[in-house]
Structure formats: structure tokens, C-alpha cells
Design a protein around this ligand. Structure first.
Ligand code: FE2
Length: 430
């Protein structure tokens, strides 16, 4: 089974990435940052983890206020470097561990954490600043796949410190119920003390930083009782993002061994790093079995329903490109381009030959089998003048007339075509 072998805790300030990209180890100002990550690189090299589970927050780069969520788990296969204003840093994209992340997502939901899930979103300095300093890589690839957890700490209300801690405990159950033998390292990022807005910008509190580092190791539950206002008072408003470290600490056993710790304050944010090894025992087998049962409980039996294809993370990741293509038909420019030359649009979207063939044939049943969700098919229907009833009949393998006979109002036809709904030929007849 998968095990948490230890954790890396680290600030994620952009200065770390800046030092990495533009400065040297010998620079008197920036050198200590490089020094902080040397022991972490050595520990990673010695322990050879299979996965990094990275807890970070996005800085209004890839997540905006049109939809802001508390806990967003990455379930995809690849994470690009975000452009934060001056072009993306010259780093390869991270590879996701989609299978483990999807298992963790199912386990957290079973434990009543109503997560949000993302894919195909670039990660900003919250993840890449520290990763660039210690995660092994070559020119084109990173050696260790990641699972990112984005915590929404910027638009209040945000999760409490206690909720972060409890999520961490659920994360441990999730990881330890994954059947494959994997060594997982939790990477907690954020903090320490800083404030970057308003007249209080530049606030730091080194005394609190040192106390926090002591408490996170020895008495983390004391930290779970603090309010956001207390964190802001002691460590600055943006410094309250250190509650993310409690997800990591909640996922560790009570007993940890601290192998490394640094603290350095070159500019706005106290840069801290630490390594904790997990000294806990393996979980009891019956607890592992109970968790696995809880994960599958809600959908147990659904697999026996004929002609039914629940839209799971696995399907969502596999068919993301196709669903995105069809979803974008809600954009007038895309649907006009599609109607003018759909082959050119397939090419632009990079659809596979299989995906193109399914669309060309308007193979509604095949599209569902492949992984399309019905609610993008009705958009395609609206664009090309096919009613929902035509699609339902085709999925069932029936003629429209035969399917209509099964309805209470056999002549009813409709679509989601909105203002264009009175135009299609099928509607003129109805
Ligand atoms: Fe942050």
C-alpha cells in the first residue's frame, strides 16, 4: 500500500524562484536560500519518493473569483508552468499522478470533504518556486510525479486551521488505502510571516515564525485552535496561509522526527524550510479495508445498470480535450468557425483521429462510450440543428419515430438552441 514517508515544509515566495533563475549560490543576499534547499535535495535523493503531494495556494493566476473554491485537488496528467505576467519560467511541466489523485479524491469525498477538482490549469509560484529548488529533474522532465492541492486562502471566508488539519487526517486515510506500494512525500508550502498589501505591507514577526515552527512539530493541535485573525495579527494577513501546513501535519503521524530547519528573511516573506520524517506505524488492515469500502460505497451496484456510463474522473481526464471542444460551442466565434470548417477546428484543437471520426459521423452513442458527457452533445445538437430527441433515439439505437412513441407527448421535439431554436428544420414541422 502507499505510505507517507515524510514531509517537506517550505515557503513559496517568488523570491525563491527568482533566486533560482537569476542568482548564484555565492551571492551574499540570495545564497542562504540555496543553502536551505541543499539538505532537502539530499533527503529526496536518499529517500527516492514516488510521488509529491503538494499543498499550495494559487495567487489569482489560474484560479479567479468567477469560481473560487476552498480545496481544489488536481486530477490531471500534466501541469504547466503558469505565466504570471512576464512569461512562464523556463521549467518543464510537472507530470501528475492521475490514478493516485483520483483515488485520493474519492476517499476525501467519502470522508465528507466536498472537494473541487481541476485539470489542465497551470500552477504558479505557489508550487513551482520551491519545487524548482529541490525536486529532481532534467531539461524536459521532472523525475517524481505530483498531485497538487490548491487551497483557496485569499478570498474570505476560507477554511479554518482546524478544517485544514482534519483534511490532512483524511488525506492520510486516503493515501494509506491506495493498494500500490508507493512512497509519498507531502510538500506543504506557504508563509511564514508576511503581509504584502496596505499600509501594513512589510510586516514580519520572526519571534512568531520560530514559535510556529516549534508548534507545528510538537503541538500542532494548538495551532488548530487559532483563528484567521490571530494568525494575521501574529504573522501578517497573507502570512495566515501557513494554515496550509496543517494539512501536511494532519496527514503525518503524531510522532515525527525533524531532520532539517532553516529560517531566512531577505525581503518581504520569512523563508522557512523543514523536513519531517513520519515515525508512525502502518495502519491496521481492517481500517484500510473499511476505507476502501467507504470509497466505493456510493456507486457499488451502478456498474450493473445497462447502457449507463457514470461520468467519473477517469472519463473526465481521458475525454477532456473532446469535452472542451464541444463545450466551447457556447462561444459564438467557435461555433461559427465550426460551422464554416469543422475540419480546421478539429486540427486547431488537436483532436485525435478517433475523436474526429466520432464527431464527423455524429456518432452520439460512440461519443458517450468514448467519454463525452451528454450535456456537451446537446450543445453540438443545438449548433448543427439536431434536437435532443434525435440524440436520445440515436443513443438508444432506435429511429426517432420509435423513440417518440415511448414518450407521453410523442410529437415533442426540443433543443437547447436558445434564440436559434426556431430555425432548425425539425422545429418547423413540430
Ligand atoms: Fe501564497
Amino acid at each position: 500500500m502507499a505510505r507517507i514517508i515524510g514531509s517537506i515544509a517550505t515557503s513559496h515566495t517568488p523570491t525563491i524562484g527568482f533566486a533560482h533563475d537569476f542568482k548564484t549560490k555565492d551571492d551574499p543576499v540570495w545564497g542562504p536560500i540555496f543553502g536551505a534547499y541543499g539538505p532537502i535535495r539530499d533527503w529526496v535523493e536518499a529517500r527516492q519518493p514516488d510521488v509529491f503531494f503538494v499543498i499550495y495556494n494559487d495567487h489569482i493566476t489560474s484560479f479567479f473569483f468567477d469560481h473560487y473554491s476552498a480545496f481544489a485537488l488536481g486530477i490531471g496528467e500534466r501541469y504547466d508552468v503558469a505565466d504570471e505576467g512576464g512569461g512562464a519560467r523556463d521549467l518543464p511541466p510537472l507530470t501528475g499522478h492521475a490514478k493516485l489523485s483520483q483515488h485520493i479524491g474519492g476517499s476525501l469525498m467519502a470522508d465528507e470533504f466536498d472537494m473541487s477538482f481541476f485539470q489542465n490549469r497551470a500552477l504558479d509560484h505557489g508550487c513551482f518556486s520551491p519545487m524548482s529548488m529541490f525536486a529532481p529533474r532534467n531539461e524536459t522532465d521532472w523525475s517524481v510525479p505530483v498531485i497538487p492541492l490548491q487551497v483557496g486562502v485569499l478570498q474570505f471566508p476560507i477554511p479554518s486551521a482546524l478544517r485544514c488539519w482534519k483534511l490532512g487526517q483524511a488525506l492520510r486515510r486516503a493515501i494509506e488505502s491506495y493498494p500500490e506500494d508507493l512512497k509519498v512525500v507531502i510538500v506543504a508550502t506557504g508563509g511564514l510571516s508576511h503581509q504584502v498589501h496596505g499600509e501594513r505591507a512589510g510586516f514580519n514577526n520572526v519571534g512568531w515564525d520560530m514559535e510556529f515552527l516549534d508548534l507545528i512539530e510538537k503541538d500542532p493541535e494548538k495551532l488548530t485552535r487559532m483563528t484567521h485573525a490571530e494568525y494575521a495579527t501574529l504573522g501578517g494577513m497573507e502570512g495566515s496561509e501557513v494554515i496550509m501546513w496543517l494539512v501536511m501535519r494532519g496527514a503525518m503521524s503524531k510522532q515525527v522526527k525533524k531532520l532539517h530547519q532553516t529560517h531566512y528573511l531577505p525581503s518581504m516573506t520569512s523563508i522557512a524550510t523543514a523536513i519531517y520524517e513520519d515515525l508512525g506505524d502502518a495502519p491496521a488492515q481492517d481500517a484500510v479495508e473499511a476505507q476502501r469500502k467507504a470509497i466505493t460505497h456510493q456507486m457499488a451496484g451502478a456498474e450493473t445498470l445497462e447502457g449507463t456510463y457514470p461520468y467519473t474522473h477517469e472519463r473526465s481526464v481521458k475525454a477532456y480535450r473532446l469535452n472542451r471542444f464541444l463545450h466551447d460551442l457556447v462561444l459564438p466565434a467557435h461555433r461559427e468557425a465550426f460551422l464554416a470548417n469543422e475540419e480546421a477546428e478539429y486540427e486547431k484543437a488537436g483532436l485525435t483521429p478517433e475523436e474526429r471520426a466520432l464527431l464527423r459521423k455524429r456518432d452520439w452513442r460512440g461519443l458517450i462510450h468514448y467519454g463525452a458527457i451528454f450535456f456537451v452533445l446537446e450543445k453540438l445538437g443545438a449548433v448543427i440543428g439536431v434536437s435532443n430527441l434525435h440524440i436520445y433515439a440515436a443513443m438508444r439505437g432506435q429511429s426517432l419515430e420509435d423513440f417518440q412513441k415511448t414518450r407521453n407527448a410523442p410529437g415533442a421535439l426540443y433543443s437547447v438552441a436558445g434564440k436559434g431554436g426556431d430555425k432548425p428544420a425539425w422545429n418547423a414541422k413540430s
